[in-house]
Ligand binder design. Sequence first.
Ligand code: 2PG
Ligand code: MG
Length: 423
Amino acid sequence: MKISKVLGYQVLDSRGRPTVAASISLTDGTTHTARVPSGASTGVHEAKELRDIGGEYSEVFYAGLSVWQAVENINRVIAPCLVEELIDLAAVDNLLVDLDPSADHAKLGANATLAVSLAASIAAAHSQNRSLARYFQPESELNIPMPMVNILSGGAHANEAMDIQDLLIVPIGATSFTQALSWIVAIRETAAELGRMSGFVTNLIADEGGLAIPFDSVEKACQFVINAIEACGLKAGDQVSLALDVASTQFFQNGVYNLRNAKKIFSSEQFVTYINDLVSNYPIVSIEDPFAEDDWITWQKFVQIAPKKLQVLGDDLLTTNLTRLNRAIDEKSANSILIKANQNGLVTSTLNVLKQAKANNFKTVVSARSRENEDSWLADLATGWAAGQIKVGSTHGSERNSKWNRLLELEVIEETKFLNPYI
Ligand code: 2PG
Ligand code: MG
């Protein structure tokens, strides 16, 4: 089947910012669309999205955040090379690399390349009469990922309500995704009720649908979530564990970790002890970005003393980048990686990073961004790639629930298994 048309255009994301959409039409008359997400707490080593800050494309009402230049790159540079070609994901991604050989896709914009690459994946799956998950894994049981779900938000996602960015739960004792999600929803709603009873406004939600309740210590926030878990009749640690995204790059300044709400400043060495105490005192199974994106030595020191079972997860540290992942493998700086397609810029090279991680016994967590949209391809990628885990934010907001709902759908329409990745 051939490509008959490629179209880029600007749409809005879940926080009202412009983002890139790409549609690929095929000669059978169908059209396949993908929209790209965007981060709020982005790492400096991520692929570069193109925004019209200054210059001829800049629009005052979008505060320089429009993406017309990326859209133009799709319509004027990429589209003419793809029309009349056979639909083939590897060929599309190779072409995108030929057109923009820069490692960070800065020329075309990673938002332009990823939109086209994703639309090509969806169109290619259609041309084989398969779902996107099945396109990547045509046979045998699909592994529905374990969800990691945001209950409390802080940092850049919630006006610094807490020092850390996310306090999440992982329903490790659930035996199906359907059951896992029912526990999560109950805990999320119970946490909101507990927050209300303590006098907080809980119907205003943070960027990823979590509760932006102010806490001046991470310990108090952990205890609050444990109370919510137990109020639902579930056992914290046995059935539902905690996970943190510390997003520490955001508060690493002048060589120190500055917890503003807690009014405490730590050297890298002191912060290792602080994080180790946290993971020892609370049922935490996963800790993301406990140290800043270039504080490599501190990551390495922590991995040496951390509990062996703890997932030490690199997001800003690794930015879904093969070179940075290889360094972390060599130096033992982490033992798991967050996989975000828009940190990388292409579907095939994002998958290559995931494969390299798995080949080196790193766990993998496919992740959404704080600025999302209604698409659900993330659920198919996480499942078809057998990532084992997925992080989407909370269970409020259709841009989040489109992914959860797709996983619920995959669990009933496909042959699947649901495993605890922490055993
Ligand atoms: C993260 C993501 C999602 P952002 O840090 O892991 O929670 O946030 O998209 O803002 O980088
Ligand atoms: Mg993160």
